[in-house]
Design a protein around this ligand. Structure first.
Ligand SMILES: [Zn+2]
Length: 231
């Protein structure tokens, strides 16, 4: 095989390698991308915290209400047991009950508001928890499909790297350097000549050069510098 032929073979392997490497990094990205999952976990944790907070407030509001109701009961006992005869004291006690009862009404309204809040946060947290479950299932399914896929690509990559050693070892280092340099600037370092044109830039190759290529010399296109190859 001519030197250009070996380079062409090398390039085909390199292109295949590049494609597989890209596939591998895409699969790896998908395997590690858990941003939505983590964000949903945070959201749920924060909603649970809010829920605990609202429940604590509800509990303490209930206790305060019970205290007030207990106070009213005690005064009512005093008022209706007949133990207090002093009319001034009776008037004062009735006033106190009135004040306490208006406090109780306010507390009851506040408690209703808190209970509504707890229910609201509970409903939100339930939706988030379901969403999180769905995301976890999706994540696991993705891992199950992508892990074997990753293994397959790695096997192909290892084989391609082995295959590349063949032509790479037969090409002298100076030619390899030229190849790598053109690859870096032009992507494809070696291109076919078809109907007298360079397939890299589509400019006609002079007959003298074309004949050198045909003879097996390593010739670069005058226009795009790519190495020319004739099958
Ligand atoms: Zn060209």
């Amino acid at each position: 095989m001519s030197l250009a032929g070996q380079l062409y073979k090398l390039q085909q392997l390199d292109m295949e390698l590049q494609k597989k490497q890209q596939e591998l990094s895409e699969v790896e990205n998908q395997l590690s991308d858990n941003k939505v999952l983590v964000a949903t976990e945070y959201k749920l944790a924060s909603q649970k915290e809010q829920m605990e907070d609202a429940r604590r407030k509800q509990k303490s509001s209930e206790w305060e209400l019970e205290d007030l109701q207990e106070k009213v009961r005690k005064i009512d006992n005093k008022l209706y047991s007949g133990t207090t005869k002093d009319s001034k004291e009776l008037v004062n006690l009735e006033k106190e009950v009135k004040g306490l009862k208006s406090q109780i009404r306010m507390r009851e309204d506040a408690l209703l508001g808190l209970m509504g809040q707890v229910e609201e946060i509970e409903a939100e947290a339930k939706i988030t928890a379901e969403e999180l479950e769905r995301l976890k299932r999706e994540w696991e399914q993705r891992q199950e499909t992508l892990r074997p896929r990753k293994g397959e690509i790695e096997t192909v990559l290892a084989k391609l790297r082995g295959d590349r050693n063949g032509p790479a070892q037969q090409i002298d280092s100076e030619t390899l350097n030229i190849y790598e340099r053109i690859k870096l600037t032009s992507g494809q370092a070696i291109v076919k000549v078809e109907k007298g044109r360079c397939l890299g830039c589509h400019v006609t190759v002079p007959t003298s050069q074309w004949q050198k290529v045909k003879a097996g010399d390593l010739i670069q296109c005058n226009n795009c510098s790519r190495i020319l190859y004739l099958e």
